[in-house]
Ligand binder design. Sequence first.
Ligand code: ATP
Ligand code: MG
Length: 833
Amino acid sequence: MAVVGLDMGNFSSYIGVARAGGVEIIANEYSDRLTPTYVTFDKSTRVVGQASKAMEITNPKNTICNFKRLIGRRYQDLFVQQEKDLNTYSIFEGKGGSVNIEVNYLNERKRFTPEQVAAIMFGKLKHITSSESTSKAIDCVIGVPCFYTDTERRAMLEAAHIAGWNCLRLINETTAVALCYGIYKGDLPEQTEKPRLVAFVDMGHTALQASIVALNKGKLKMIATAFDLSLGGRDFDRVIMDAMREDFRKRYKIDAYSTVKAKLRLRAECEKAKKAMSSNVQPMPISLESFIDEKDVTGKMSRAEFEELAKPLLDRVRCTLMSLLKEAKTNWEDVESVEIVGGSTRIPAVKQIVQEVFRKSPMTTMNSDESVARGCTLMCAILSPTFKVKEFKIEDCQPYPITLSWHGGINEDNEVEVFGRWNVIPSSKILSFYKKEPLTITARYSYPNDIPFSEARIGQYTIEQIQAQPNGTPSKIKVKVRLNRNGIFDISQAAIIDTTTTIEEPVEDPKAGTENNPDLNTSTNSEPMDDNSNPSNTGENQQEKDEENEEPKKVATKKKRREIELPVVSRVTGATKHELERLVELENDMIQHDKKEKERSDAKNAVEEYVYDMRGKLDGGQYEKYADERNRQKLLNDLRTTENWLYDEGSNQDKNVYIERLKLLKNLGEPIRNRYNEASNRPYHMQEFMKALQRVDEAIQTWQTKSSDKYSHLDKSDMEKVYKLLIEKQRWYDQNATRFNSLKLQDDPTVLCAQIKQEKEAFERECWTILNKSKPKVELPKETPADVSKKQPPPPPSAGGPAPHPQPAPPPPNKKPLKNPPAQTQPPTANFD
Ligand code: ATP
Ligand code: MG
């Protein structure tokens, strides 16, 4: 089972795979480790990654990027409205206020949610992963921005599910980077020592995230994060674009934003210049040929000018980093080092600000682009049973406090902040309530203005089947709330405490009548690695102890205590199970359609390729002499007709129509191609055949002349067999060599190269099975010196008996391989008759 980490950024995606030798970032079909996060809906298919990015200018309305920012959001959300202005595709309000992206797909207007588009991208990453490794990639860990709220996290999981990934965990990108750093860093302090504080700054295409992490050997603790979720590379591109627009307006009297295509072309050039400015101080050109009104335009910008224009953005970088120090309740002196990752931290002015805030040079210990994917892969390896990873404890935290509220006593609502700011994830708490009827708890982020999301509400959870105790008093309800390892809030379990007394005595519950107060001494269980721990562990035990301490005060008799699980009905955002199944089915249908379309277009391409290839080779090319004139003209004519057909009614046909068309062309063309191939390869095969004959001939001569004892153990009958084979094949060779010499180029040969090869191999196999027979092992008797003196000379090579005929002196073997096989070879040199 493959162990995979996915970093699907707004601009670029990376896939990490855990291997025995460590983490490897795998390449896509273009041998590129970066796969652009782009999806295009085309007339007949969907195009994803590099090919999609290349289509952005020609098909801007149907090419979707930056969709990661839309995941889980509502249409009315301010961020969605901003994205509407920044992107070229159409965004509409969908069912229930959701975001819908409208595209022209398969010649129809179709709407997709951002989660569906993300699923298409995830599907592409899955395809790259599984075509790269033999095992089916299912398990993965996915990086998400640390500022993602509950709804966005759920939506990300849905997208991964639609694409067929089994996401073991969502990990904050900040945490993934810290893990990637911490697990390999050899000089961290021991766990008993004071941890080392390291700051990580990640600025990508759309957002800036920064974190301060306490690191020890085998342990990381996220202290705090800070972010600006609308500050990234694209905003810097925009600064250059705006300046160029103004410049072109003045100098060329054109508006560079007047068409989508022009704006996209300008953006691509400005991004290129921005990158170039990172390593050059001299002014960088921004040139566009045949731009608006066919004008060739050119502008330039220097790094100093760029930094001046980008000052407001750079101030925001400083502001975010300062707030990070504040949130972490630390100062620059305590931060021992700063690591920068993400494409936009390559901007020298950004590095400069990092340096100024932390007063130390930013380091690039990790690969700037791949560290998130590497961290995700390491996390997946830690979670997966397939891998043994050295123990590493990860204590992540979440930035938004969560408050629970529930309807309480008469005219009274209650609430409690259940998870504070920087609460560890994963963690769980157990709350106690005293209730007689179903309890509905609402979870929300405590400070709606502090979250980068339009909706503070997380979900509503109803604990059903709550009944009063037999004596009419409220029952004690234990509710387990948790922040799971994906950073998602959940009420996973609830139970009623059933207390049955052996003596009928009223239970004096001190909490009776205060049913609307939860037990605020909630027990906490932080689960650094696994939030699936049995609730009867740690926190829950603690809770039980509390109860036991408190129970004897209430009653003097023995009590039997039983917990009965209660059903919890959750109402959270996101697709229902049924809806999710429908989306999976829909995606699979589209995958099947893409597959069919690919086969169809491959078949069409094959016809096109054949037409151009054959035409060139038949008309003055290497095949010309291998076809008789009538056939050549006929085929050339067919090729011309097919070319016209391809641009006309043949432009969009079924796969089988193309296959059939190609077959017809090949009926005429392949015999010509084969004749050419045969004629080109024949000399080589004949030469090889000749060499084989010579080698056997030499072996026979060696045996005869006894020039070496290599074959001396072979008897005459063996050598006769070899000789017979040699004569036979020599004849075969000579006959065919004669035929080939008189063969016309337009005629089909009766013997093909494959047969020559086959004959040669069969001949060699038979001869050398005999010639390579091993020598018999001879047990040497213990000899006295007298025996040695009596010894006879060894018997002749004809295995003991006298040779039936005198052996003629063999003529010298034909040793040199012939460049061009002769029509008639030298006769074999040995003679047994
Ligand atoms: P996000 O984190 O917002 O989801 P991402 O992770 O996909 O986006 P990255 O791949 O980290 O983004 O960074 C891409 C950005 O980095 C692009 O805006 C690109 O122009 C910018 N970038 C890449 N190389 C350089 C460079 N040498 N100088 C300046 N900017 C660069
Ligand atoms: Mg990123």
